[in-house]
Write a protein that binds this ligand. Structure first.
Ligand SMILES: NC(=O)c1ccc[n+]([C@@H]2O[C@H](COP(=O)([O-])OP(=O)(O)OC[C@H]3O[C@@H](n4cnc5c(N)ncnc54)[C@H](OP(=O)(O)O)[C@@H]3O)[C@@H](O)[C@H]2O)c1
Length: 247
């Protein structure tokens, strides 16, 4: 794939920013989607300063109209899209017995409904083109259970099995969908945890590599799945977690 058009959700910071910069470095034209426009603009400037091409598109992935507009604008700007990276996601901690419905819905709206809306838009285009790729950012929390994270774990487990089902549908028309399951990477999503020394020590004891990953390590795997993995690889979710889910 040379100079593919790649849509990245949640591209303004954290893992999404690293993914956007990495695919751009490998020649992709990147559609940067997210709610915070200044953050997206900063990533856009970094890509352009490196000689790349990017489009900033304010998007709320939970809103079907906003998502439809994202893909329509990507079509207008670049003529088509080749790859979707479903990265936007949120996590909050609460024991199940204290979890209210609004929080459950908020997590599922972003992590599951958002992924569904974006993947459906991309899939319609891939079916017509007979090609295309999606990469879903799940979590090791979608492979394992964790106390205090039932809603998040359930939402990321949904991402993993959605990936399998859609792979089976898309293989018939030549498109692929895979996922990554990140372990711990230092981003805003775990800022509070990283400030708690005792909690961090507990987390590190669970990771055979005894460290957090760097966003670039995750972005390298996403870039491979998005741009150079064989077409025969589909429906898989690769844990990038320093061995956390292997023990
Ligand atoms: N960091 C980790 O250790 C880790 C581990 C496992 C999985 N993950 C997953 O990796 C992904 C990225 O997380 P991160 O660590 O980079 O966290 P982050 O720094 O908090 O970034 C989350 C991103 O999602 C975007 N987002 C949230 N709600 C959105 C919405 N409704 N519409 C559009 N964009 C939305 C945010 O942008 P705006 O707020 O500007 O919209 C932001 O760019 C998530 O799916 C997360 O679950 C992260």
């Amino acid at each position: 794939m040379s100079n593919p058009v790649v849509v990245v959700t949640g591209a303004g910071r954290g893992l999404g920013e690293a993914i956007a910069l990495s695919v751009a470095e490998h020649g992709a034209r990147v559609v940067l989607a997210g709610r915070s426009v200044p953050a997206l603009q900063q990533v856009c400037r970094a890509i352009e300063a490196n000689g790349g091409k990017a489009l900033v598109r304010p998007t709320d992935v939970t809103d079907a109209e906003s998502v439809a507009g994202l893909f329509a604008d990507a079509d207008d700007a670049f003529g088509h899209i080749d790859v979707l990276v479903n990265n936007a996601g949120i996590a909050t901690e609460s024991n199940l017995i204290d979890l209210d419905e609004a929080e459950w819905d908020r997590i599922f709206d972003t992590n599951v409904r958002g992924m569904f809306l974006c993947t459906r838009e991309a899939g319609r285009r891939f079916a017509a083109a007979g090609a295309g790729r999606a990469v879903n950012v799940a979590s090791v929390f979608g492979l394992l259970g964790r106390p205090g994270f039932s809603a998040y774990c359930a939402s990321k487990g949904a991402v993993v099995n959605f990936t399998r089902s859609v792979a089976a549908e898309w293989a018939r028309f030549g498109a692929q969908i895979n996922g990554v399951a990140p372990g711990y990477f230092a981003t805003d999503i775990n800022a509070e945890l990283r400030e708690n020394e005792a909690a961090m020590a507990k987390v590190l004891r669970r990771i055979p590599a005894y460290r957090m990953g760097t966003p670039e390590e995750l972005a390298n795997v996403v870039t491979y799945l998005a741009m150079s993995a064989p077409d025969f690889l589909t429906g898989q979710t690769i844990a990038v977690d320093g061995g956390e889910s292997s023990v």
